[in-house]
Design a protein around this ligand. Structure first.
Ligand SMILES: [Zn+2]
Length: 123
């Protein structure tokens, strides 16, 4: 179990770094992981792209664009701007549909309370 926790901590740290690129007041970062490798990072962004819905600016969608996500996991990190404490980063319904569509198998995201993460099987 400790190995698993190390893994979660490691990829949350990478998602936490990715989120710093965001211009949004609430910054969310995401990393797509296959095996032990991050294959793409993303963060939430303003604006409304033409062909995808407004949810396409969400970090987990941006992290999964234009790559092969089949069988991969996604780690999504959000924290409070002042207190630096984890906040709920559960994918919204549209993002869940998108993640399923592109072949992501599970989402690991921060929550506000101990143990500060949840795992969602995408099916
Ligand atoms: Zn979403």
């Amino acid at each position: 179990m400790s190995t698993n926790m190390n893994r979660i901590e490691r990829f949350f740290n990478e998602a936490r770094s990715a989120r710093l690129n965001s211009e949004m007041p609430i910054k969310v970062g995401a990393v797509v992981v296959r095996g032990s490798r991050v294959i793409k990072t993303g963060y939430n962004a303003p604006g409304k792209p033409k062909f995808l819905g407004s949810w396409s600016r969400h970090a987990e969608v941006r992290a999964t664009l234009n790559i092969n996500n089949h069988g991969a996991s996604i780690y999504i990190y959000r924290e409070h701007g002042l207190y630096r404490s984890p906040m709920l980063a559960r994918p919204c319904n549209h993002c869940q549909e998108w993640l399923k569509f592109v072949g992501i198998k599970e989402a690991i995201y921060t929550i506000q309370d101990y143990p500060y993460f949840e795992v969602m099987e995408i099916k």
